[in-house]
Every structure is written in structure tokens, then in C-alpha cells.
Design a protein around this ligand. Structure first.
Ligand SMILES: [Zn+2]
Length: 234
């Protein structure tokens, strides 16, 4: 099997694993390790992760898009917000049993804890994982400076805006944000930039542009952030 992965050790017990522009994160606690997202599934992710940590590994999924769930079949303990279960099982190859991760649930790794914060919009079941003690979140695709996919079924701008506003209430407790694309970490200024971007988008002044990528959507650059928007976006 090919090895499409690049590993970057960010800190003690904390790694980013990149696969073709998608970032996964592995966090090791005293008792367990949590793998956040599974990428496209293009290689032996399980062996790679087990080479980095000797602790038992479970998977937490930020959202059910295929670039974040492709390697789930290699793992047995997979948590996801139930509002994305349907999205996951839309793909016939996805047969794994999923375990619900609800708002407020806590993943306790031993000496390190992550709370589930539900942030629908990019997908109905998008979540961030919030390490309150270390003032960081792992954010999936929702809070980043790369183009955020808001085309196709299940995307919802009104929910997305409500989720950004929800994050503003806890923003002072967040110093670092680790997203699924584009670069990490980003700061909590991304929430302001996203709200400003949404305001600019609503003025209707931004023209979508074709990026040449094979997708039924155009790129809308709105201040410091950008969205891919197609015809089905609500
Ligand atoms: Zn993604």
C-alpha cells in the first residue's frame, strides 16, 4: 500500500497527519489516543498511527465529508455527531458502526480532555473538539482560511452563521485553532473574519469565479475568507 501521509509533530503527544491537503490530528493522553478524522483512506493509516502512539486509539470525526472519513474502515471505535450519520452512510462502502458524539460529550484521554461543540452549517453534524485547559480547538472545515465548501446537499449558511456566533461566546478561551485544510494553527480572529465574510457575501457584491476545479461551484472571496458556492446552497 502506498504511503500518502506526511507527519508533523506539533507538540508533546500531538501530531498533524496530512494526506493530499487534508489534515488529521492525533492527540495522545495518559490512557488513550484520539485520532481526529481519517482523511481519504489512501494508505495504512492505522499502522501509521500505531507507530506514533502505543495507547489504544479511537476516532472522532469532525464531519462526514469523504476527505475526512475515508480511512474509517481501518478503525473500530468511531465517534460522530448523529446529524452526519446519514451523510456517512450515503456512500455504500461506509458500513462501520458509528457511536454518537453529542454536544457537551467529553472525550477524556487521561490528563487531556476534549469537549464536543456542535457547529452545524458546513454539514449538519459538524463538530469542533475543544480542549479547554490548553485553549485549543480542532475545527474540521468550518473555521479556516481555505475555501469552505458550501455547495451540495446539507450545507446551510444560516446554521453556519449561528455556529460562528456560538463560537464567539467562547472565543476568549481559544488561542489556537487546528483546521482540516489550508494551514494551522489559526487564531480566534478567524471567527471575526468569517462573520465579516458572511456580511460581505450577503451584500451580493462578490462575483463567484471559476477555479477550474472539477466541482459544480464557484469561489467567492469575501474579505479574508472564501466559500465555494453552487446552485443548491441554501
Ligand atoms: Zn474537508
Amino acid at each position: 500500500m502506498e504511503n500518502p501521509y506526511a507527519i508533523n509533530k506539533i507538540g508533546d503527544g500531538f501530531w498533524a497527519i496530512e494526506e493530499r491537503g487534508v489534515f488529521m490530528y492525533l492527540v495522545e493522553g495518559r490512557d488513550k489516543a484520539m485520532l481526529v478524522d481519517t482523511g481519504f483512506g489512501g494508505g495504512d493509516l492505522k499502522a501509521l498511527v500505531e507507530g506514533l502512539t502505543g495507547k489504544p486509539v479511537f476516532v472522532a470525526i469532525t464531519h462526514a465529508d469523504p476527505d475526512h472519513t475515508g480511512g474509517c474502515g481501518q478503525f473500530s471505535e468511531i465517534y460522530m455527531h448523529p446529524s452526519d450519520f446519514g451523510r456517512y452512510y450515503e456512500r455504500p462502502e461506509n458500513k462501520e458502526k458509528l457511536i454518537p458524539a453529542w454536544e457537551g460529550d467529553v472525550f477524556d484521554l487521561g490528563a487531556r480532555k476534549f469537549e464536543v461543540v456542535h457547529i452545524p452549517g458546513h454539514t449538519p453534524g459538524s463538530i469542533v473538539l475543544f480542549d479547554r485547559a490548553n485553549r485549543m480547538i480542532i475545527s474540521g472545515d468550518s473555521f479556516q482560511y481555505g475555501g469552505i465548501f458550501m455547495f451540495g446537499s446539507g450545507r446551510n449558511f444560516a446554521a453556519f452563521e449561528a455556529s460562528v456566533n456560538k463560537m464567539l461566546k467562547i472565543r476568549d478561551g481559544i488561542a489556537e485553532i487546528y483546521p482540516g485544510h489550508d494551514g494551522y494553527p489559526v487564531t480566534n480572529g478567524v471567527f471575526d473574519d468569517l462573520l465579516e465574510g458572511l456580511r460581505i457575501l450577503k451584500t451580493g457584491a462578490v462575483e463567484g469565479r471559476d477555479t477550474g476545479r472539477p466541482m459544480p461551484a464557484k469561489l467567492y472571496e469575501c474579505g479574508r475568507v472564501k466559500f465555494f458556492i453552487g446552485n443548491q446552497t441554501t
